[in-house]
Design a protein around this ligand. Structure first.
Ligand SMILES: Cc1cc2nc3c(=O)[nH]c(=O)nc-3n(C[C@H](O)[C@H](O)[C@H](O)COP(=O)(O)OP(=O)(O)OC[C@H]3O[C@@H](n4cnc5c(N)ncnc54)[C@H](O)[C@@H]3O)c2cc1C
Length: 386
């Protein structure tokens, strides 16, 4: 078992870390305060090649492995969870899905623009009445001639207010349950498609989240992604990767929180001594670091299993559940080290505190991850795969 990154992975991680330190970290408090997406930073991410990490070179990507995507996500989240979320929605939820399931014509039409960042992508499953129970979605798509007519509303969609290309799920055969769902590629500007309100969030504020409205929205039949009525295959194929890549978000944020708390503990003096001298403070820091490292390795392990072509539903849910909990606990405990100052908006720790809670919901809540874990275990597979 070799835990070392390849030279290529290490170089990528270091390049992104430098970019984050220079371009993202200084801007993050303002983006949070103003609840603002940063199109210029996003564009610069595209110029750095961060949107095509796992996409083959013929479509403009770098053809690296999935672990590399996880490394990029980890670094971005150290600077800003919102930009990490927008990167993930664009790169993994939309672009990768089109690559994995698209026809050659769809790949040629959509991937080059998405990989450079000229176009922004999003993925729309959730609806006002269908969250964890995604299969109960009400959005319908009816065939009329050479197009599908979509009607319905999507909710909580990352990047919705700024995106150009949407991977959208709708029911094409409502009687058939999960076997009657189809995936479509919808472009901003298709007749009958509008963006609803932008949502006002408690955290992850630099990633714009919104509603989508389909009112007799016309989608050409060549924009069916994957097979008709087999949207669940597209969804399930992508969801495990989505869970793994979003698992590292709270771990990246947790590492940033650790760094802030460690530095503060060395500087803050109480009872005549820097508070890092108190055993209670040392214990918090030691525990945070230990748990974050465990979560980090778990996410790297799950990504490596995905790279090896394994089915990774159990690994993805283990990782998403564990890393969410570890990240939330790490940031919360790091905040304790700041005392009352940590609660003040001028200190960045409170932003990470709000952000890590926000990303726990995406790709299935912690309750849903537990449900998937027990379902996988009841199938009889090993609870401890390696
Ligand atoms: C910041 C953010 C970004 C998001 N981005 C996207 C996106 O890009 N695309 C997209 O499609 N969606 C997105 N979502 C939506 C997200 O996937 C949903 O919020 C999530 O699936 C939960 O759905 P819900 O919010 O409707 O909660 P509900 O499903 O209504 O859940 C409410 C509560 O009930 C619990 N619960 C539900 N069912 C069960 C069960 N069977 N057993 C035990 N407990 C259960 C849940 O765990 C939760 O605690 C985003 C959400 C957020 C907050």
């Amino acid at each position: 078992m070799d835990f070392r990154l390849t030279d290529e992975q290490r170089m990528l991680k270091e390049t992104v870390a430098r970019f984050v330190e220079k371009e993202i970290t200084p801007l993050a408090p303002q983006l949070d305060e103003e609840e603002k997406f940063a199109p210029d930073v996003f564009k610069a991410m595209g110029e750095l090649g961060l949107f095509g990490v796992s996409i083959p070179q013929e479509y403009g990507g770098s053809d690296l492995d999935f672990l590399s995507c996880v490394l990029v996500m980890e670094e971005i989240n150290k600077g800003d969870v919102g930009l990490g979320t927008s990167w993930g929605a664009h790169t993994v939820l939309c672009t990768e899905n089109i690559f994995r399931n698209g026809t050659e014509a769809q790949r040629r039409r959509y991937l080059p623009g998405l990989v450079t960042g000229e176009k922004i992508g999003a993925l729309a499953i959730t609806e006002p009445e269908a969250g964890s129970d995604a299969m109960s979605m009400r959005t319908r798509a009816e065939k009329k001639g050479d197009r599908y007519i979509l009607n319905g509303t999507k909710m909580f969609i990352s990047n919705a207010p700024v995106a150009d290309v949407f991977v959208v799920y709708a029911k094409t055969d409502p009687e058939a349950g999960p076997r009657g769902i189809t995936t479509f590629i919808v472009e901003d500007g298709f007749p009958g498609f509008t963006k609803g309100r932008k949502l006002d969030k408690m955290g992850v504020r630099s990633s714009p989240t919104g509603e989508l409205i389909f009112e007799n929205c016309e989608v050409p039949e060549e924009n069916v992604l994957g097979q008709l009525n087999r949207g669940v295959d597209v969804l399930m194929g992508g969801l495990d990767r989505e869970r793994i890549v979003f698992s590292i978000s709270p771990i990246g944020a947790g590492q940033a929180a650790f760094e802030l708390a460690y530095r503060y503990a060395r500087e803050r003096v109480q009872f005549g001594t820097p508070i890092i001298g108190f055993q209670a403070m040392q214990e918090i820091l030691a525990e945070i670091a230990t748990e974050l490292q465990a979560g980090r390795l778990m996410a790297y392990w799950a990504a490596t299993r995905a790279d090896q072509g394994e089915r990774v539903s159990l690994e993805a849910s283990y990782t998403k559940l564990f890393c969410s909990q570890v990240g939330i606990r790490a940031v919360s405990r790091a905040m304790e080290i700041f005392g009352g100052y940590g609660f003040m908006r001028e200190f960045p720790i409170q932003r990470f505190y709000r952000d890590v809670k926000g990303i726990e919901f995406g790709a299935g809540t912690s309750q849903i991850q537990r449900m998937i874990i027990i379902r996988e275990l009841l199938k009889g597979g090993s609870p401890f795969p390696l």
